[in-house]
Each structure stands twice: as C-alpha cells, then as structure tokens.
Design a protein around this ligand. Structure first.
Ligand SMILES: [Zn+2]
Length: 156
C-alpha cells in the first residue's frame, strides 16, 4: 500500500524495505531485528508494533507531499534531493553517477541528446536521469516543504 511513499523515501536517500508478502508478526520481527521504523497504513499493525515498542508511524491517507511532510516532522527527515545519497526507487541500492558514454547504448537516442547526467543502479542496472518528470518531483518536494513549514508555524 505504501509503494509510492517507499520510492520517494529511497529517492531522498533513506534505506527502506518494502514487503507485501510478510505478515504482521514478520513485519514487527524484521523492524525489531534491523532496528527499522515501521511505516504502515494498517491501524491494527500500528498498535501492535507500538505495544512492542517498535518505532512505528501510521501513514494517513493523503497526498504524497503531505505524507512526506508528516514523516519529516516526526523523524526530522530532509526533503531535499541529493543524488550522492539517493537510492534506487526500485530496489533500494545506492545509485552511482555514470559517464554518459558508458550507458549511451542503453538509453533512447533523444534522451542521450537532451541529457548529460546519468546514474545507474549497480544492483538492478536501471538508469536514471532528471528527465521531463523531474519538474513534478521538485514540485512535490516543494509542496512537502511548504506543508512542513505551515505545520511548524501552526504548532508554535
Ligand atoms: Zn536498483
């Protein structure tokens, strides 16, 4: 249920595990073993985790920007994109800057002619660049930061 939020957090550089196959008990066990924060939209799981002293967070049904803002507030996350810490949204591995000439065969010709900076995931080999969708990403991050500011102002 939180696939989209997972991809956002990885993009921002946070180490996020995502599973749809583990049951509640296994999720709690994994969070405990790996000292992870448990993010969930399941109130029952959230309560169970809290009782077991797992650092957990109940994700409200709202926009991605507002979800990011509430996580940033609670866990002091930074909401700025930094490619040097970014993780592959698909598989959670740190992405690496890669010279264009090394991957030029793997990308569309038009992409190669428009863009010069590329990153590759060493694990799943997916290639990333700041293409047309990048405007939307920046817009969402800007909205998230504004929501966080509003929230801070209301609280004070
Ligand atoms: Zn990957």
């Amino acid at each position: 249920m939180l696939g989209k939020l997972t991809r956002w957090l990885r993009l921002l550089g946070y180490d996020v595990k995502y599973s749809r196959s583990l049951n509640d008990e296994q999720l709690i066990e994994t969070a405990k073993r790996e000292s992870r924060i448990l993010l969930t939209r399941d109130l029952k799981l959230y309560r169970q985790a809290t009782v077991q002293r797992i650092n957990s967070f109940f994700v409200e049904r709202t926009t991605e920007a507002k979800k990011l803002a509430s996580l940033a507030k609670r866990f002091n996350l930074k909401l700025d994109f930094d490619a040097t810490v970014s993780r592959c949204p698909k598989c959670n591995t740190r992405i690496k800057h890669i010279p264009k000439e090394k991957i030029v065969d793997k990308i569309p010709e038009t992409t190669a002619s428009y863009y010069n900076e590329f990153w590759e995931c060493p694990s799943c080999e997916k290639i990333y660049w700041q293409g047309a969708h990048w405007k939307r990403i920046n817009k969402t991050l800007k909205e998230a930061k504004e929501a966080l500011e509003r929230d801070k102002n209301e609280a004070s």
